[in-house]
Write a protein that binds this ligand. Structure first.
Ligand code: AQP
Length: 347
């Protein structure tokens, strides 16, 4: 009898400007996990509207993220690709979790503080509640592993806290109904998968800031839609310091921009940062940057071309998402029915 593969869930927001950080921190991990896991990859459109999205652009961006998953190598037949709003269980379970999570827990979330900034009073309630919806996304499928970038670590911890509190609060009821599905109770405590040299790719303009879709400067990031010339130009213009590359990783510590470029190279080449320094230590950026540009183009050009091909046929992409949503629902519905029984809802 074949062993049941552990289930993986992760999502990407369709907020435009998909970049190298999203690829190295998340999407490439998605592909790596496919062989020995059952994977569910979601275009989290409900998360996207926690900040204003132009509706027509949102539709385009949902397709763009789906195309990026497929172009990067996710197998939409063996695994599941869909957009969140097609499966109502995400919002339903999020409501139950809203009643499990504590306000004090959400008040500690650094991403909300960063994104809301000084305008906290004007931020949407959805932005504040974002991590609770994320917990619902993952736990609706009883997923045990979640490949994400470093920035999502705190949200994953909150997901575990919510799962644990639900398991505790409803412990007697879960046992009474015989719904202890995991050692921990009804919900598993999902583990983040955060690994490799590029779990936090930084801005090309400021090595202390995360590469981000919403950075107003396009030169700060390499978009998955950038062509070879744009990639080469952005790497050429990337901020650096005047010193040659060091011989050891230790010496990168006080040099955030150099550290970032070395990390990107290592991740793209599938080697360690020390391996990169063994090759380039003592050499200047004038020598290193063209090699980095070459490697980046080599990796992204086929993805870019495949995304363009897929995006030229939106009907086909929509059919993939619809089919994925049906298969996602088939997993989520029984879990949501159990949640309702545990909580005491009728129907
Ligand atoms: N710079 C990054 N380095 C490594 N991983 C990253 N991720 C995002 N930025 C980096 C990872 O990509 C996945 C999808 O991210 P998301 O779209 O859901 O949300 P985000 O983290 O808010 O992405 P951005 O690009 O930073 O968008 P804005 O500018 O809107 O905040 C996640 O696994 C994330 O960790």
């Amino acid at each position: 009898m074949s062993e049941k593969k552990p289930r993986v869930f992760s999502g990407v927001q369709p907020t435009g400007n998909l970049h190298l950080g999203n690829y190295l921190g998340a999407i490439r991990r998605f592909v790596e996990l496919q062989n020995d896991h059952e994977c569910i990859y979601c275009v989290v459109d409900m998360h996207a509207i926690t900040v204003w999205q132009d509706p027509a652009e949102l539709t385009r961006n949902i397709r763009e993220v789906a195309a990026a998953f497929i172009a990067a190598g996710v197998d939409a037949e063996q695994h599941i690709i869909f957009n969140q709003s097609q499966v109502s269980g995400h919002a339903e379970l999020a409501w139950v979790f809203n009643c499990v999570a504590r306000i004090g827990w959400l008040n500690r979330m650094t991403q909300f503080k960063e994104k809301a900034g000084k305008n906290r009073e004007k931020a949407s309630v959805g932005l504040y509640d974002y991590p609770v919806l994320m917990a619902a996304d993952i736990l609706l499928y009883h997923a045990e592993k979640v490949p994400v970038g470093e920035d999502q670590k705190q949200h994953l911890e909150l997901t575990r806290d919510i799962a644990q509190k639900f398991n505790n609060d409803y412990g007697p009821r879960i046992r009474e109904l015989g719904l202890n599905k995991f050692d921990e109770g009804f919900f598993p405590l999902p583990e983040p998968v955060i690994a490799g040299p590029a779990t936090r790719v930084m801005s090309l303009k400021d090595g202390t800031k995360k590469m981000s879709k919403s950075d107003p400067s396009d030169l700060s990031r390499i978009n998955l839609s950038d062509d070879a010339d744009a990639i080469a130009k952005k790497i050429r213009k990337a901020k650096t310091d005047p010193h040659p590359l060091p011989e050891t990783v230790e010496e990168l510590k006080e040099r955030p921009e150099a550290d970032n470029l070395v990390g990107i190279y290592a991740a793209l080449a599938g080697i360690s940062k020390q391996d990169v320094l063994n090759e380039f230590g003592g050499k200047g950026f004038a020598e290193f940057k063209p090699k980095l540009a070459e490697l980046t183009v080599e990796t992204l050009a086929p993805i870019n071309a495949e995304m363009k091909r897929l995006l030229a046929d939106p009907t086909h992409l929509d059919a993939i998402l619809k089919n994925g949503a049906e298969r996602a629902r088939a997993i989520a519905d029984p879990i949501w029915r159990d949640v309702k029984a545990i909580v005491g809802f009728i129907g």
